[in-house]
Design a protein around this ligand. Structure first.
Ligand SMILES: [Mn+2]
Length: 333
């Protein structure tokens, strides 16, 4: 929970109409988009002038999200985005703990004189903001946005757009209300969001039953041909080259969800998904229960995140990156 003064200080900052920019991390997921767009609409309803800027574009299957068309994509409109950030009174950092998570756009935010406010649930938040609401026990930034609106006494401003956006944020970051972060409070909040117009069946179909045929066949190909179990361990991984992604016509964001599949094997406790792009290897780590993949991501793969879900990257080849990962477990066993 946040300290009382976090709410009061934020209310103070928002006491007069302000120019506000809301930002989230690169390669935005359901939580980044849902929480940012919900916060953007909420602040607009409070009378502020608000723009949401994402470092890069969202996957096609999020284009149905309410207000998604208002999203400004930094990569596509750099000068316009810079002007907004440099002219802003407040910049919100949502769903990321370090400006590096926004790549080049992070430098723009760093250089601006705006008051920075972070609302985020990742471990080890950077200290650049003047106000930080960080809570790693929270399921999602969407949950934190709800708690903030609730604490401000502004729950009646939650309309069906905001409810749908926050529902999507919480749904995706809890793995459909399944991960250990899914508390009683999460279910209570989701109940309120449904009562305010979020439609669980519609969101489920938009977010999860939205594959292209190629995308589903690619998942099948990965499970049959690319998933490896490291012998004598409880670890599995999938690694795909840029060429394979191109052969199946897989776009950015369309591998989302694949990283979780090896955990469906009862005996697998942790797994990694490696994908090659632009001479870099992006890595997603997933685990069950007490197996901490955040440590692996931080100490060996320039990343981090949560205990059961983290990300990392490598500038080595796909083969060498996978070898490095395997050796972490082979040499220790
Ligand atoms: Mn999140």
């Amino acid at each position: 929970m946040f300290q009382k003064n976090t709410v009061t200080e934020l209310q103070e900052l928002l006491s007069k109409p302000k120019k506000i920019v809301v930002t989230s991390h690169k390669n935005p997921d359901g939580d980044a988009l849902g929480s940012s767009l919900a916060w953007t609409k909420f602040l607009t309803k409070l009378g502020h002038s608000v723009d949401y800027i994402s470092p890069n574009d969202m996957p096609d299957y999020y284009h149905w999200l309410p207000l998604s068309k208002q999203t400004i994509i930094y990569e596509k409109a750099k000068d316009y985005a810079k002007n907004l950030v440099y002219g802003a009174d407040i910049v919100f950092s949502l769903d990321y703990n370090a400006l590096g998570r926004m790549d080049e756009f992070g430098d723009v935010v760093k250089a601006s004189k705006a008051n920075k406010v972070m609302i985020d649930h990742h471990l080890y938040p950077e200290e650049y903001p003047i106000l930080t609401y960080s809570d790693t026990s929270k399921s999602s930034t969407g949950e934190m946005i709800y708690e903030m609106i609730y604490a401000m006494g502004e729950e009646d401003k939650i309309d069906s757009d905001i409810a749908t956006l926050l529902y999507t944020a919480i749904l995706t970051d809890t793995g459909s209300f399944a991960f250990s972060c899914t508390t009683q409070r999460v279910h209570e909040i989701v109940g309120v969001l449904v009562s305010k117009g979020a439609d669980p069946d519609a969101v489920q179909n938009y977010v999860y039953n939205c594959f292209t045929e190629n995308r589903l066949r690619f998942f099948g190909y990965c499970l049959v041909n690319k998933m490896k179990l490291i012998p004598n361990t409880k670890i599995a991984y999938i690694g795909v080259s840029e060429k394979e992604l191109e052969e199946f016509g897989i776009k950015d964001g369309e591998t989302e969800g694949l990283a979780n599949y090896p955990l469906k094997i009862a005996d697998i406790h942790a797994c990694a998904f490696f994908r090659e792009k632009d001479k870099q290897i992006r890595i997603s780590f997933r685990s069950k229960a007490d197996f901490d993949v955040n440590v692996i991501a931080r100490e060996h793969f320039n990343g981090g995140g949560h205990k059961n879900a983290s990300g990392g990257m490598s500038r080595d080849t796909l083969e060498n990156t996978i070898l490095k990962f395997e050796n972490l477990f082979i040499s220790n066993s």
